[in-house]
Design a protein around this ligand. Sequence first.
Ligand SMILES: N[C@@H](CCC(=O)N[C@@H](CS)C(=O)NCC(=O)O)C(=O)O
Length: 203
Amino acid sequence: MQLIGMLDSPYVRRTAISLRLLGIAFEHRPLSVFRNFDEVHAINPLVKVPTLVCDDGFVLVDSTLIIDHAEALANRRLMPDAADARRHALRLIGVALAACEKAVQVFYERKRTPERQDPDWTSRIGGQLRDACALLEEELRGATPDAWLSGASLSQADITIAVAWGFAQLVASDLVPAGEYPTLHAFAARAEQTPEFLALPLR
Ligand SMILES: N[C@@H](CCC(=O)N[C@@H](CS)C(=O)NCC(=O)O)C(=O)O
């Protein structure tokens, strides 16, 4: 199967790291939705990444849905089983995905010329990004130090939080300075040292 999209997309990166952790072999095609628009369009007319092209040509979109399919293939989930622990993981993933979304919006807004940027919108999405990171910082302060969130191995919450932080630092470190989120920063730095993250670097 082929995974389409560049690792500077947090959605592509969380998918790639998840596939690797699940032991699912894939060919990574780092196509850009901007520079390689026509090529991505030919694969997926939605021009969204990640796109997964299965071996039989079947095409899937959306990181969460691709990961769901990968977990079914691997017969293993990167989520805790118990309902309470799973609910907590779902909350953390939801907050981290909101951080990804707001950081992506900041990135897109900053691609506009200054006169075409909307200050109210920029202020709103910047505030939402900061609030999402503050929620993650608070959650991680209550977590067991030096462990992962669901035990000994990386779970989907760990992956998505660390990927979100890495991307936010890449595109909006002025809005979310590392010094203001020390626990989140240290947590993500630890995740970035794992073999799966090192094999699939942000850039
Ligand atoms: N909810 C989607 C979001 C994917 C997404 O928005 N990806 C961006 C790249 S970071 C993209 O495809 N942008 C091109 C566009 O929206 O036209 C997921 O989890 O995969």
